[in-house]
Write a protein that binds this ligand. Structure first.
Ligand code: VG1
Ligand code: CO
Length: 549
């Protein structure tokens, strides 16, 4: 016998979502009612929103990290009790973040719940996360996120369908009370969308030619099945081109963050005289990408600019771009491409939720972030494999190496030297006082000269959404120098321990003779200045960053 039950609960005070959903240690989520409270808060906060069609459909899945499937059972049972009539679940509980976005759009769902803490490690002592995406397939807006948090503070009960666990292994439909649960292959619909956007024929010719070698590092995370299906099976990359292709609940003990620090094997295969031609990696939930050429690393900011500059070489973007957008800390490289294409370029706060309205309104076609995130209007999330296929398509058409493509880009637009320095697990109060102190000094900074740089404007970035007029304040301290150099400071909103201070540093170089330097050297003066202006060592006790990208 199964029945709808209502359970009394008490609120938790710490369910405020960050940059991308609610992220906590697994053990926090395992507390009685913790997950249930947040899920009910999502359903309560969204209950007044309309849904299209006769069904109220929810898409559910996650990156397969530890606690994924237990959480999914709870969520499905709660969705049934909260009036959803159709639930689309990835087989074995798996869905990459971009694939979930794709399914929400395809099935005209009310929304989706995605289980992931993205690039954070997984396992019983590591991180878990949950987020809600709306009917457009994108992350909940700031307003909706605030409403969910408010519900979580007021919650007194939740509803659950009391039944045996749902079979998520077998593809097909199951009827549970008034609800149909459909288990779908996590890859099929996403792969189909990719085929519509890219010239698979041309990429296949390149990958099967024998003269082009590539590796994709799935980091034992969600993109393994997607990459094997698309890159190896459909496009003919030799078996073994996908590294670490089997998803694991703890990502093999690794840190599923696609950067040089965490993709050592991949980097080695792209280094030296025997280097492969192309390398790429994605993160825990499949929305990030890192792009490498033979002995060459492409910064995510450059990658966005290069995709924009070459978009018309790719079938899905042949008609050109309506506009582009980047998060504020992302380098200004894409701005230069937009100016030359004479299309709008928007600067948004960090986090994909800020691109949604621009994409929905048709104001932009491509967008990206410095944090290894690039995407387009094909879904409403950043998309790791999509970026990889975009690069492969460009390379196949241009017949040039990654390095040649990037260097030619620099010759035309100048090089935006870029680096991000992260100070991790800083004591929260110390990090906050560093930012507060910067904020207090902003007004006095304008016009000041530091070595070769003069401050043109110093402010705390605020954004007004051009579509709905909503305003987001305190999105990062910017110090803008005359001539375009910038230093940006902000605190991470995805961590689960202490605070992470991110310092973003960039400068533009138009002289071709000076475009070949190591960014840490080219930016050395600004890097030192960034530490000095914020008194990083004084506040945090750290003289060097933990991670440099
Ligand atoms: C980080 C990145 C941000 C990204 C967010 C979610 O946020 O900086 O650009 O959108 O992660 O990405 P923060 O607040 O830690 O700087 V993912 O791949 O975690 O969904
Ligand atoms: Co991610």
């Amino acid at each position: 016998m199964s029945a709808r039950i209502t359970v009394a609960t008490t609120a938790f005070a710490d369910q405020k979502p960050g940059t991308s959903g609610l992220r906590k240690k697994v053990r926090v989520f395992q507390q009685p009612n913790y997950l249930e409270n947040f899920v009910q808060s999502i359903f309560d906060a969204t209950s007044g929103l309309p849904h299209s069609g006769t069904d109220k459909t929810l898409v559910v899945g996650g990156d397969g990290r530890y606690y994924n499937n237990e959480a999914l059972q709870t969520i499905i049972k709660m969705a049934i009790a909260n009036g959803f009539t159709r639930i689309i679940a990835g087989q074995n509980g798996l869905l990459s973040t971009p694939a979930a976005s794709c399914l929400i759009r395809k099935f005209q769902a009310f929304g989706g719940i995605i289980l992931s803490a993205s690039h954070n490690p997984g396992g019983p002592d590591a991180d878990f996360g949950i987020k809600f995406n709306g009917a457009n397939g994108g992350p909940a807006t700031e307003d909706l996120t605030a409403a969910i948090y408010q519900q979580s503070l007021d919650i007194e009960q939740y509803h659950q369908h009391d039944c045996a666990d749902i079979d998520l292994e077998r593809i097909g439909s199951q009827q549970l009370q008034a609800c149909v649960v459909e288990v779908v292959d996590p890859v099929t619909d996403y792969a189909h969308l990719m085929e519509q956007l890219f010239d698979f024929q041309r990429i296949r010719e390149m990958l099967t030619s024998g003269s082009f070698r590539m590796h994709f590092d799935a980091m034992n995370a969600i993109t393994g099945p997607y990459a094997r299906s698309i890159l190896e099976q459909s496009l003919g990359a030799p078996p073994g081109s996908v590294l670490r292709g089997i998803p694991m609940t703890d990502f093999g003990g690794g840190h599923p963050d696609p950067n040089l620090a965490h993709a050592v094997d991949l980097q080695q295969r792209l280094t030296g005289s025997e280097a492969a031609d192309f390398g790429a990696a994605s993160d825990g939930d499949g929305d990030r990408n890192m792009i490498l050429g033979a002995n060459f690393y492409v910064t995510p900011s450059d990658s966005l600019a290069i995709l924009a500059a070459n978009a018309t070489l790719v079938p899905g973007y042949r008609a050109g771009l309506a506009g582009v957008a980047r998060s504020m800390p992302t380098s200004q490289a894409v701005d230069r491409v937009a100016a030359s294409l004479d299309i709008p370029c928007f600067e948004t706060p960090t986090g994909w939720k800020f691109f949604g309205n621009l994409l929905d309104a048709g104001k932009i076609t491509l967008c990206g972030e410095e944090s290894f995130g690039t995407g387009s209007d094909h879904v409403r999330e950043k998309d790791g494999l999509w970026a990889v296929l975009f690069w492969l398509n460009i390379i196949a058409v241009r017949g040039e190496s990654v390095a040649e493509i990037v260097q030619q880009h620099w010759l035309r637009y100048g090089r935006d030297y870029y680096t991000r320095h992260d100070y991790e697990a800083v004591e929260s109060a110390a990090a906050q006082s560093l930012v507060d102190s910067l904020r207090q000094r902003l007004a006095s900074m304008s016009g000041r000269v530091f070595g070769n740089y003069e401050v043109e404007l110093a402010d705390d970035f605020a954004y007004t959404d051009p579509v709905d007029g909503s305003r987001s304040k305190q999105q990062g301290v910017r110090i803008l120098m005359r001539g375009g150099a910038r230093i940006v400071y902000r605190l991470s909103g995805t961590g689960t321990e202490g605070a992470t201070l991110r310092v973003y540093i960039e400068d533009h170089q138009t002289d071709p003779a000076k475009q070949g330097a190591d960014p840490q050297i080219a930016l050395a003066e600004l890097i030192a200045l960034a530490s000095e202006i914020a008194a990083i060592e004084k506040h945090t006790g750290r003289s060097l960053p933990d991670v440099v990208t």
